[in-house]
Design a protein around this ligand. Structure first.
Ligand code: FMN
Length: 358
């Protein structure tokens, strides 16, 4: 079966995609993904090839079975258009959004850049999305799906910080019966003032509203650009306010990481790996047995995913390295995790979560 479809090898595809402007390449890849839905033999071929599960990788989180711990990070599927093809790419779960109440175009182009020498991406998208009604229709259409879905929510650019709570309230209402968890995104660097909402008052208020409206687990996604002490304090506030988990981290605005960086937008991929790990580790030490932790940021190998798990992550997410390594990466991470768990004598991933602190 490998040969007839070797045309689809990611290296071939990458050569074509990298000739295109990054956002065009994203759209082309998205169109290809959507078309596969109408070609069940191809979808099944890739699912058989890429989707890995194993007794040691299975866990139940948020009362939901996760067949493998590697999910797609938010921002790739902003409108919920690729929900049913993610297992074909090997992912054990997907996170859609960030969705805002109203549709919005995002920041002016160009706003997506490849930092090729650094195996990284820089983006200043600014929550370009079709708004809540469009995503709701997609979720209704897709119906029940056999892997978990997170819904990541954010405020519109034109909504003032004073009125930001209204946006989150509206989105909790709309999506309260959909997906398996929701994520409050106040950590994107591309909506002016959004990160200022990463404060105790707002976090208390937004979780109070969310918890009143929905029984779905609600997680907070945080930025990497704060001290470990501040991040721990913020996460503790969130957990006390009712957060069911923390996702760390979003992209970084530390432009000193490379001389190739623009002076706007957020950096992700290899340049973020260690920064994201160090912050996650600090949070993991304090919170791994108190809430569910998801680690994201430059994860590019089974070893890196395992490092996050041992630091306290129940789940990991990947986005940018997909661009550089393709979906083989997701299969490799899952296969590698099975081996790494076995080598360390663990029967299940649950035993390895937070192993650094036991
Ligand atoms: C083009 C692009 C768009 C993104 N959009 C969002 C978004 O809408 N919401 C969000 O929470 N994170 C968004 N992210 C951040 C990712 O979900 C992830 O937290 C970050 O990129 C670090 O992971 P990575 O290094 O594996 O990409 C985006 C990242 C990229 C590269």
């Amino acid at each position: 079966m490998e040969r007839p479809l070797s045309f689809f090898s990611y290296n071939t595809l990458k050569k074509i995609l990298f000739k295109l402007e990054p956002e065009t390449a994203h759209s082309v890849a998205g169109m290809a993904l959507k078309s596969v839905v109408y070609m069940p033999p191809i979808l099944n071929y890739f699912k058989r090839k890429n989707f890995i599960t194993h007794p040691s990788l299975k866990q139940t989180i948020f009362n939901t079975p996760f067949l493998n711990p590697v999910g797609l990070g938010a921002g790739f599927d902003k409108n919920g258009e690729y929900i049913n093809v993610m297992s074909m790419m090997g992912f054990g779960f997907t996170e859609i959004g960030t969705v805002t109440p109203k549709p919005q175009e995002g920041n002016p182009r160009p706003r997506l850049f490849r930092l090729i020498e650094d195996n990284s991406i820089q983006n200043a998208m600014g929550f370009n999305n079709y708004g809540n009604e469009y995503m709701l229709k997609k979720l209704i259409k897709v119906g029940n799906i056999d892997y978990p879905i997170g819904i990541n929510i954010g405020k519109n650019k034109l909504t003032s910080e004073e009125n930001a709570l209204d946006d989150y309230e509206m989105l909790f209402e709309v999506f309260k019966d959909f997906g398996n968890y929701m994520v409050i995104n106040i950590s994107s660097p591309n909506t002016v003032g959004l990160r200022d909402l990463q404060n105790e008052k707002f976090i208390n208020a937004v979780f109070k509203i969310g918890k009143r409206i929905t029984n779905k687990p609600i997680l907070l996604k945080i930025a990497p650009d704060m001290s470990p002490e501040d991040a721990i304090d913020l996460c503790k506030v969130a957990v006390e306010a009712g957060a069911d988990g923390i996702i760390a981290t979003n992209t970084t605005i530390d432009y000193s990481l490379t001389s190739n960086a623009k002076d706007f937008g957020g950096i992700s991929g290899a340049l973020l790996t260690d920064k994201s790990y160090q912050l996650f580790k600090a949070i993991g030490k304090e919170l791994y047995n108190k809430t569910t932790l998801i680690s994201v940021g430059g994860i590019d190998s089974p070893e890196e995913a395992y490092r996050r798990i041992k630091a306290g992550a129940s789940l990991v997410q990947v986005y940018s390295m997909l661009v550089y390594k393709g979906t083989d990466l997701i299969r490799e991470i899952n296969e590698g995790l099975i081996e790494l768990l076995k080598k360390d004598g663990y029967t299940t991933i649950t035993e390895a979560i937070g192993a650094d602190w036991k």
